[in-house]
Ligand binder design. Sequence first.
Ligand code: ADP
Ligand code: ZN
Length: 516
Amino acid sequence: REPKHWGTPEEALHATFGFNAFRGVQDDVVRRVLAGLSTLAVMPTGAGKSLTYQLPAVMLEGTCVVVSPLIALMHDQLRSARANGIRAATLTSADMDREATIEAFRAGALDLLYVAPERASQPHFRELLSRARVSLFAIDEAHCVSEWGHDFRPDYRLLRPLLDLFPEVPRLALTATADAHTRADILAQLGIPDDGLIVAGFDRPNIRYTITGRDQPVQQLKRLMADNPGPGIVYAQTRAQVERLAEQLGATGRPCLAYHAGLAPEVRAGNQAAFVASEDMVMVATIAFGMGIDKPDVRFVAHAGLPKSIEAYYQETGRAGRDGDPSVAVMLWGAEDFVRARQRLSEVDPARLPSERARLDALAALVETAGCRRAVLLRHFGESPPPACGNCDNCLEPPGVTEATVTAQKLLSAVYRTGQSFGLGHVEKVLTGLADERVVERGHDRLSVFGIVSAEEAQLIRPVARALQARGALLATEHGGLRFGADAKAILKGDIAISVVVPPRKERSRRQRGGS
Ligand code: ADP
Ligand code: ZN
């Protein structure tokens, strides 16, 4: 593989992209690839992953074959590569010019060829590769190859046999999101040596993280919008929630659009274009929104509900502040989010259950911590951050931590004695001694747990319930009641202590005035 262009990587960088310098680890990745060494590059969104294969693609003789999971992503990449004068094409079922692409590939007239993973298993594709000259295999979104990753795609497992047919062609796997376990798995699955791992720093110091209970979401989001006049994204979980929130937030007079997979493609494209062009718009969207959007001045990203994983949270919040200016990421969560997530675990393929459960526990730890959010995030990605960042809610206003094991035990006893079938509202009445009709009718006013929680301790019931649900000690019944989960008995016995995070005073009094 002789260089096509005479010159150093820096010269080629300048000539092809007009950039004066590599950013972060780009340099290391490109040098390894040019030396013919297989590499796994873990670089956060926005760190400039595409350049690490596009530049070698330009410099090396032959074509770089890029495996990418989504046609929409491929087409974004294609446009930007071509805009830089790179000879690129996609080979997908959606392309009409497949014959011409194959012709160009065979003739060595392509720098880059984007394909979907399923093509790898097609015999005629293998044959095509063996009759062309391949300079590099770039495997984008490489975490898809791992069952430990958050987005496993069985098709990615078909790549290895293909790669092994071309042992002399280096492999470059790329991902934005991979914890230590997933990284090791990607290396093994794709046959990349352990010393081929290059990890870029994950910290986004200009993003301020805030994670708080979802008490009055619309009010909370309106306050966030008032504090942040620049463009923002609000992620909601369902299409209906997106529609409703877009309307409610739009009532502030701020331009607000909706984006979800249920909208017609031209509406989606129109809304996305309007957002990219706008300086003050709020996009209310499902997580379908954001991939491949290059808008550097997003000032806030809010989650109206629990994200799918820490990886997803990091990726979604990472769309804020790509220009490096101060930006905020706010997550509003409720116990019911964890209840639903734990219910979904019961539908998961048993083989994937341990990793899915670990993923949810990691998310619960992020949400429940009284310590630095950034430290939790960065440790999750294998870094060793300082214990406090000074730019997250818990660093800026340290919350109180209250020992609440006894309250947790009272709550669990009440759940147990009322038969593990009532919701939190009912259990709370029993605990605080509120003998309404339903309580009396069931005889719950005669239970030993009736009225055992004082008015002051009652403040802790909801935070404790939230903590127990987040860690899976309390689960939901089909009818929205509470029942025991894994740790409930150990907590009752006193083997596990429970403490809850109490929000800083200012926040607390504001919430109380709101009266939820
Ligand atoms: P990723 O795929 O890692 O999310 P991209 O490859 O989309 O990131 O790059 C993010 C942005 O950074 C793009 O606008 C790209 O042009 C820009 N970029 C990448 N490398 C450099 C560089 N060395 N100097 C300046 N800008 C760069
Ligand atoms: Zn912090």
